[in-house]
Design a protein around this ligand. Structure first.
Ligand code: PRP
Ligand code: URA
Length: 210
């Protein structure tokens, strides 16, 4: 696997929170709280090289130089589990726009089924961040990337908490221009397409639908 587009965000707080997420006894409330904390680590990593524009700012004492983000940022959660990451992204990038892509995996075929799409206009010059807790077969992420490219997005980054080698390979092979940020690359998938060791079904665990 060509791994130059895979960035594994290695941080003690992320490792601690991923352990909480993996634990099958973690409640939906604790699960959502851990996702919120771990997402903050991901936002910091993924925005590290964003370009700034200089502005003048008047402090109570004098004028000095300050900074704003140069490019518009568009966050695109993949429904439904991706919603659990949005709050942290907006906390740290408050003027980002939010698009939504509804995709679920058919449980038999594991193929992505799309059911909702609402994106801001003018994606062409925006920095687009697709967010989803899980990158398993890669079907959902690859479909989301194709939708966004068809709508004109040029600069897209995929942000997933937990990834499987199969999903990483699929995205890298089908979208070689896209960088993937993740907290951990797990071992493999089981025959139902779940990540091993993984954390189970992220949407069900975050929203209590099990
Ligand atoms: C999960 C997850 C991803 C997808 C990953 O969503 O949030 O979107 O599976 O699997 P893939 O890489 O094999 O496509 P799911 O289909 O369970 O829908 P949900 O968010 O509505 O629970
Ligand atoms: N989707 C999930 O929520 N979990 C997995 O392990 C794989 C896909």
């Amino acid at each position: 696997m060509e791994l130059k587009n895979l960035i594994i965000v290695d941080h003690p707080l992320a490792k601690r929170d991923l352990t909480i997420l993996r634990n099958k006894n973690t409640s939906p409330l604790e699960f959502r709280n851990a996702i919120r904390r771990i997402s903050s680590v991901l936002v910091t990593a993924v925005t590290q090289y964003f370009t700034l524009k200089k502005i003048k700012v008047q402090t109570p004492l004098e004028k000095t130089t300050g900074f704003v983000l140069k490019d518009e940022v568009v966050i695109v959660p993949i429904l439904r589990a991706g919603l659990s990451l949005v709050e942290s992204f907006l906390e740290l990038i408050p003027d980002a726009k939010v698009g939504h892509i509804g995709i679920y995996r058919d449980e038999e075929t594991l193929k992505p089924v799309d059911y909702y799409l609402k994106l801001p206009k003018n994606l062409k010059r925006a920095k687009v961040l697709i967010i989803d807790p899980m990158l398993a077969t890669g079907g959902s992420a690859s479909a989301a990337l194709s939708f966004l490219k068809r709508r004109g997005a040029k600069d897209i980054t995929l942000v997933c908490l937990l990834s499987a080698p199969q999903g990483v390979s699929k995205v890298i092979n089908e979208h070689e221009d896209v960088k993937i940020y993740t907290i951990a690359l797990d071992r493999t998938l089981n025959d139902k397409g779940y990540i091993l060791p993984g954390l189970g079904d992220a949407g069900d665990r975050a929203f209590g639908t099990f």
